[in-house]
Design a protein around this ligand. Structure first.
Ligand code: C2E
Ligand code: CA
Ligand code: CA
Length: 561
């Protein structure tokens, strides 16, 4: 894995690949070459290419015949040219063709030399040696492509090294650590260039020491470095901060951006770009900071996959549970209901947010099954409250867009309620506006049925961006819930006029109102003054587990008795 493993040491025998279909010719050539080289051989271009793929890092030269069955010499060179990694291996064409056009084509395709059979073996050996020497000294120059100030590799060389490492270790997982000095320009002005060069050198050295197993290290910009390391679990990164702290430069402020498990198809500069963009997100902070780049889409895809793979078992094994978030009744000055919110506690993945899994289930249809479970849990909970002599409050359940495609949704809900002896008026159905816009006729029909059967209907997330006033007018609704973004924005702007006019609108239409996402006393005051009916938010209560909810109801009962 280390770069140095691939550099031909002075005394070692070089590896030569001979690609030639004629058995006798190949045999003669190989025996001659074996006096000085290690030789591997292939009967045609196809086989030769496989050996090239496998050995390109060690190969010193390829001796290539032009005319062969299955992938001839020309094709071989065409394919070789497509992969930059193979550029370092020179090709020596050995052929019987005396056609000038063949020779020209070979050189065009990237052959480095050309010899026509029968050849003078001694002259050919000399030419092979010269070519290898030329290549190796070029490689050596590259190898020495080191930045004089820091001792790290220069940007281009670093990029090529990273590429090579990825190509040779397809299954390995690497992290890229990038560093950036805050306000380096100011330091340059203050301390002068010479001193800053020393600083860069000392920092590079300290960081390399802090990552002794670093596979490649480069100076990617004036004051930015990059280090490729084998993937590590988070938590090690403090060594970077302490390495900087130990340096004798006051106020040296270095930020680190780390891209984990980098995508091998990306170039070093693309990866570094990601790392640097992460550093930008912590620029406002002071001191030395380490930030991880979250490979968002990749991580999300993995998470979604895990969600899909685990959902069925999760439901069977009762990993889902229902939490209840109390709703405060402003006029009665006590809790007037609760919303049932599903939670997923996975034994190894931990707690998974509905924000993650609901959308996945809405895409694969599993949401209807889950919602049915939540509704039944809500019914059970109401029944428990009755049995325990606790205050019996209406519970709102969420209904997803897909639930409205189930033709007998109202009957199913009624069945659940009846099974647990729960009065229909104690169940409210919340539907999001997106559900309506997708399928207005079916939704309207279903809502009418639900109401006929005694369930309350609530429009959720009003004002979240999809709202249409039309829906307010045409849907059979009892309650309108203002999306929490409305309160958040009002607080930010210190202007509750939009909240107020929305409430007035709902009142005009004869709807009760719930304001969601109320987190502070000030927000609560202001929305109460406006005259909404219910308030739901962290200020009153977070969503509570069943046990906590029952405790909460007990306290509520004691307070009001
Ligand atoms: P929602 O229906 O709008 O539910 C309200 C969300 O706001 C809940 O997030 C709740 O925990 C959160 N919340 C409540 N008060 C506050 C507050 O004061 N501040 C802030 N920042 N947040 C507050 P949760 O439980 O993560 O649910 C997210 C969404 O997932 C829900 O949004 C709902 O659309 C969906 N969801 C949750 N449970 C179910 C379910 O059983 N079925 C369906 N179909 N969707 C569900
Ligand atoms: Ca809701
Ligand atoms: Ca909502």
């Amino acid at each position: 894995m280390k770069q140095s493993d691939n550099i031909h040491g002075g005394g070692t025998r070089r590896l030569v690949l001979v690609v030639e279909d004629n058995d006798i010719n190949r045999h003669i050539l190989c025996s001659l070459l074996e006096t000085e080289f290690d030789v591997i051989q292939a009967k045609n271009g196809e086989e030769g290419f496989r050996l090239l793929e496998e050995h390109y890092r060690e190969l010193a030269i390829i001796l290539l015949d032009l005319f062969m069955p299955v992938c001839d010499g020309f094709d071989f060179m065409r394919r070789k040219r497509l992969d930059k990694r193979y550029d370092t291996v020179p090709v020596f064409v050995v052929t019987t063709s005396e056609e000038l056009s063949d020779e020209i084509l070979c050189l065009e395709l990237g052959a480095n030399d050309f010899v026509v059979k029968p050849y003078n073996f001694e002259i050919m050996m000399n030419r092979i040696h010269n070519m290898i020497k030329l290549r190796e000294s070029a490689a050596l120059v590259n190898q020495l492509a080191v930045d004089a100030v820091t001792g790290l590799h220069c940007k281009e060389f670093f990029g090529r090294t990273v590429e090579d490492v990825f190509a040779a270790n397809a299954d390995a997982s690497f992290d890229m650590v990038c560093s950036d000095i805050a306000n380096f320009k100011l330091l340059n002005d203050r301390y002068g260039e010479r001193n800053c060069d020393r600083l860069l050198h000392d920092l590079a050295t300290a960081l390399k020491e802090a990552m002794p197993d670093c596979i490649a290290a480069g100076r990617t910009g004036g004051d930015t470095f990059a280090f490729l390391i084998e993937h590590r679990e988070r938590g090690w990164e403090n060594v970077l901060v302490s390495a900087v702290a130990k340096l004798p430069y006051a106020n040296l402020d270095v930020r680190f951006g780390i891209v984990e498990d980098v995508d091998h198809s990306m170039t070093a500069s693309q990866i570094c770009y990601r790392a640097m963009s992460t550093i930008d997100t912590v620029r406002d902070l002071h001191g030395n900071v380490v930030a991880y780049y979250d490979n968002d889409t990749h991580q999300r895809q993995l998470m979604e996959q895990a969600i899909r793979e685990n959902m069925k078992t999760a439901l069977e094994e009762f990993q889902f549970s229902v939490f209840y978030q109390p709703k405060y009744d402003v006029r009665a000055e006590k809790t007037g209901g609760a919303e049932a919110l599903v939670r997923w506690f996975h034994p190894t993945l931990g707690s998974i947010s509905p924000g993650l899994f609901i959308s996945v289930f809405e895409r694969n249809g599993f949401i209807t099954e889950l919602d049915m479970f939540v509704w039944e849990e809500a019914c059970r909970e109401v029944k428990r409250c009755i049995e325990l002599g606790l205050p019996v409050l209406p519970i709102s359940v969420n209904a997803s867009r897909l639930d409205f495609d189930v033709p007998d949704l109202p009957d199913r809900l009624a069945e659940l309620a009846d099974k647990h002896g729960v009065d229909h008026s104690l169940l409210h159905v919340e539907l999001t506006e997106t559900a309506y816009t997708d399928n207005p006729e079916a939704v309207t029909r279903t809502l009418y049925r639900l109401r006929e059967m005694g369930f309350s209907t609530e429009l959720d997330d009003f004002g979240a961006g999809y709202s249409s006033l039309v829906s307010l007018n045409t849907l059979p609704l009892d309650v309108m819930k203002l999306d929490m973004s409305m309160v958040q924005q009002a607080t930010r702007l210190n202007d509750f006029r939009i909240v107020e006019s929305t409430i007035r609108l709902a009142q005009t239409l004869g709807l009760k109102t719930v304001i969601e996402g109320v987190e502070t006393a000030d927000e609560s005051e202001r929305v109460r003054a406006i005259g909404c009916d219910y308030i739901q938010g962290y200020y009153y209560s977070r969503p509570l587990s069943r046990d906590d909810f029952e405790q909460y109801l007990k306290r509520e009962q004691e307070k009001h008795s």
